[in-house]
Ligand binder design. Structure first.
Ligand code: AMP
Ligand code: MG
Length: 398
């Protein structure tokens, strides 16, 4: 059994080794398909930004700041030419984003100007350069705007488009699949016989992968060694990661680990000192992985967040550490010391409230939660009002 931190370090180092071994394919991706993908190259500015001097407001471009009265000689809208330089005493009507005429000393907001015919009187003191967005004031062409490894968000897309980019080089995604194990499992829609239950991890794990931009299929296998071994062998031929649920504990019918060992996989770790999720299992062969998550529905999804998500993101070449913050606990919590617990909770306005139903078989408590409250291994009591560490349960990437 290893500690949570050690498990994360092992996931990270194994993923780094696999990535170093096979590198990434680079896939040119149109912007409208790039949300959530990972930049294969740093994003370099192609254009100065802004790319010309322009007005920050609707108002008047003034030829000087040391006088109040001007003659308005032309109008410049966004998208049009700024025209000839302003001469002394002249002003131009300008709108937000319009290029300002050469010779503009400042732009007066229209709220500060009294107009009569083609004459204006500026009623505010003007600072030289006021309300002018200068060419290159944000960044100059050639500057690195974002490093390789950035996850493309809506704001990344907008930045790319503002540079005239239509398609962006993205890293290839790892091929991932899901296996749910258990002879008691029946697909929703079928009738249940005595002792059977509906299979519910497959759809959750598949959706958790989908939220990371990975399209995965789910396979169901009974608790039989040969069948499990055969399925895993076949899937490892075509995928970098097989995520399994169930069958990783110490029971006679827990066959994921024996099947992996029979396939010659190397056990990286088995059992982590966390709750929920203690039986989690991780094995490697030729840079490909089986990550065995426990079968209890809450454990399966919580361990997906804790272990599968960082593994998959590392294999996708993305930097995305779990977001943690501090919050005030609203109710006391107790446990035996020794194991790091992740308490399902609701975070709102800086307050963290544990949800009802903390059993690892109680899916309702997870479904209602938006965060995991950290209950450190060494502690046995957290008081109401105490400050705790909280990780947001974010399924998506952006
Ligand atoms: P296991 O880890 O295989 O011992 O499973 C632990 C518990 O989770 C058992 O009560 C299983 O019936 C249940 N379980 C395992 N897999 C699933 C699944 N895919 N959907 C719903 N419950 C499951
Ligand atoms: Mg089972």
């Amino acid at each position: 059994m290893i500690e949570f931190r050690q498990a994360l370090e092992l996931l990270g180092s194994e993923a780094a080794r696999a990535v170093a071994m096979r590198g990434f394919q680079v896939e040119p991706t149109p912007l409208d398909e790039a949300l959530g993908r990972v930049l294969a190259e740093p994003l370099m500015a192609r254009l100065d930004m802004p790319s010309f001097d322009n007005s920050a407001v609707d108002g008047y471009a003034l030829s000087a700041t040391d006088r109040c009265e001007f003659q308005v000689v032309r109008q410049v809208a966004a998208g049009s030419d700024s025209g000839d330089p302003l001469r002394p005493g002249q002003a131009a009507r300008v709108f937000t984003g319009a290029p300002i005429p050469p010779g503009t000393a400042a732009v007066a907001m229209q709220e500060d100007v009294v107009v009569s015919g083609d004459q204006i009187e500026v009623q505010a003191a003007m600072r030289p350069g006021a309300n002018i967005r200068r060419r290159g004031e944000e960044f100059a062409a050639g500057r690195e705007l974002l490093p390789a490894g950035t996850i493309v968000s809506p704001s990344t897309l907008s930045l790319l488009a503002s540079q005239g980019v239509q398609s962006v080089a993205c890293r290839s995604l790892p091929r991932v699949t899901v296996v749910v194990t258990g002879s008691e499992l029946v697909a929703p829609g079928d009738d249940l016989a005595e002792g059977q239950i509906y299979e519910s991890n497959g759809v959750g794990l598949q959706a958790a992968c989908k939220a990371l931009g990975l399209n995965v299929q789910t396979h169901l296998v009974e608790d039989r060694l040969e069948a499990t071994q055969h399925l895993l062998a076949r899937l490892l031929d075509e995928h970098e990661v097989v995520i399994t649920s169930g069958g990783v504990s110490v029971g006679d019918h827990d066959l994921v680990r024996p099947a992996c060992l029979a396939l010659g996989m190397r056990e990286v770790f088995w059992r982590v000192n966390v709750k929920p999720g203690k039986p989690v299992f991780f094995a490697e062969r030729d840079g490909r992985f089986v990550l065995g998550l426990p079968g209890n529905p809450v454990s399966a999804l919580v361990t997906f967040c804790l272990f599968a998500r960082p593994l998959l993101l590392a294999l996708a070449g993305a930097e995305a550490p779990m977001a943690t913050l501090r919050a005030c606990l609203t109710r006391p919590l107790r446990k035996k010391p020794g194991r790091h617990e992740f308490v399902r909770g609701i975070l709102a306005g800086g307050l963290a409230t544990p949800t009802e139903g903390q059993g690892s078989h109680m899916a309702g408590g997870l479904a209602a939660a938006n965060c995991l409250i950290h209950f450190p291994a060494e502690d046995c009591e957290l008081a109401a009002g105490e400050e705790v560490e909280v990780s947001l349960l974010r399924w998506g990437l952006v």
